[in-house]
Design a protein around this ligand. Structure first.
Ligand SMILES: Nc1ncnc2c1ncn2[C@@H]1O[C@H](COP(=O)(O)OP(=O)(O)OP(=O)(O)O)[C@@H](O)[C@H]1O
Ligand SMILES: [Mg+2]
Length: 421
């Protein structure tokens, strides 16, 4: 699916552990982009919005020009409002079902607490704004790690369930609906089904946009501390597994070399070791260092100075990394699937086959990869790691998911399982 975004548009997603400086770094990056002449939107998808606090200006649901900075707009996704606007059909159906169960007092906006609703709105808004043509750059301040992963994995997760639900005969759906609601016959109408299909298509388009390495890059924000680096490493692996390009590591709160006193000297020593670990972990990626500054970088002027310390006069979005997608090669019955999986330890990985899908699990993150038809008719001949990629060999064979994989170099492949991302 090709995206309707103007060529050259860039989306820079910032994520990382709570409190590391995502909002600050996002705001500084957006300011620097605007100062270099790009029409830039700073967009927060974190429900705990703090873009307004960091910029020290009022920010609403729609892009608002930031005073004193030509070319910079800011917006915080208004989850509640958009959900109501866009999904009245689905909401109407759900409210109807709940009302019929004696919950007449249920207010439509309460449905925003449905799992995934906020993420859905954030994705749809991001896509709408990217396709509006109003911005050259959209700098996104995301929620902390776990929520961002949920956001980015959402289209595939919903797609998995939706495909199965859409393909379910009416009779079965009616039984399912009845067992949930206690009301016989409360089956979604065609209009509701259409609304779901449309929603799904839009989510998939948003995913396509975010997985396009020419448009979107994820920037990991971290601090030079072991626990934070460990989380950033896992996030890097998980994002790669989902097919997103991680283009930069933004190391924040780096102590300046001349910070005085014994206490700071020791802290700097610890940071030095951590910074080596950062370079090793994110080799090949652009690594920016942002200094710890004595006061909070809050407000346009301090943030702009902070941005200059981080990026100098260079392009804040310049990236040295080349993204690697899922790649399949081979011929004559022997094929190889390569999947980027940086920083994975042998014991973290589990592979299995579920129907036509290959299920890859790394720690507690799982992705279903729909196999192309040629590979569905193959068995796995082996698997190995190579330069941050997992290489899986396939041989043409109509047999089952093979024993051979368990005996492959991975050595830790478990029983086949079902489930979704
Ligand atoms: N380099 C820095 N030097 C000094 N203070 C900083 C620096 N970076 C961030 N801060 C301050 O640290 C606090 C947390 O920063 P920020 O809100 O950007 O983090 P966050 O990752 O967005 O947090 P959350 O996970 O809660 O969204 C803020 O008060 C911010 O001003
Ligand atoms: Mg924040």
């Amino acid at each position: 699916m090709s995206s309707a975004v103007r060529p050259g548009t860039r989306i820079a997603l910032h994520t990382g552990k709570g409190g590391v400086g995502k909002t600050t770094i996002s705001a500084a990056t957006a300011l620097a982009c605007a100062e270099r002449g790009s029409r830039t939107l700073l967009l927060s998808t974190d429900p705990a919005h703090s873009v307004a606090d960091v910029l020290a200006v009022a920010v609403g649901g729609d892009p608002t020009p930031v005073d004193g900075v030509p070319g910079l707009w800011a917006a915080q996704v208004d989850t509640r409002g958009r959900f109501e606007q866009n999904w009245s059909q689905i909401r109407g159906y759900l409210v109807g079902v709940l009302a019929a169960r004696g919950m007449a007092e249920v207010q439509a906006e309460e449905l925003t607490v449905l799992p995934g609703a906020e993420e859905i709105v954030a994705l749809l808004e991001l896509r709408r704004l990217a396709e509006s043509g109003d911005f050259d750059v959209i700098v996104v301040d995301c929620a902390p790690t776990g929520e961002t992963l949920r956001l980015l994995a959402l289209p595939e997760t919903i797609g998995f369930y939706a495909q199965r639900l859409m393909g379910t005969p009416h009779r079965v759906l009616r039984n399912i609906a009845a067992s949930f609601t206690g009301i016989p016959g409360s089956v979604p109408t065609t209009a509701v089904r259409d609304a779901f299909s449309e929603l799904l298509a839009e989510l998939m388009a948003a995913r396509t946009l975010l997985a396009d390495p020419d448009i979107t890059g994820v920037r990991l924000v971290l601090t030079p501390e072991r626990v934070v680096i460990a989380e950033a490493r896992r996030l890097f692996t998980a994002l790669s597994l989902y097919g997103f390009t991680v283009e930069a590591a933004m190391v924040n709160r780096v102590l300046p070399p001349d910070a005085g006193g014994e206490f700071l000297r020791r802290q700097r020593e610890a940071q030095r070791e951590a910074l080596v670990q950062v370079s090793e972990s994110f080799e090949g990626m652009t690594i920016h260092r942002a200094p710890m500054i004595p006061g909070e970088p809050v407000g346009v002027q301090p943030l702009s100075e902070f941005a200059r310390m981080v990026f100098g006069e260079g392009d804040p979005l310049a990236s040295t990394c080349h993204s690697l997608g899922i790649d399949i090669e081979g011929a004559d019955g022997q094929y190889r699937l390569a999947l980027p999986l940086p920083l994975v330890e042998r014991g973290d990985l589990t592979l299995s086959r579920s129907g036509d899908d290959l299920v890859v699990t790394v720690g507690d993150v799982r992705r279903r990869i729909s196999l192309p038809s040629v590979l569905r008719r193959c068995t796995v001949s082996g698997a190995q790691f190579d330069h941050g990629r997992l290489l899986i060999g396939f041989d043409a064979d109509p047999g089952q998911w093979p024993q051979s994989l368990r005996e492959s170099v991975l050595g830790d492949v478990t029983e086949p399982m079902t489930g979704t991302a």
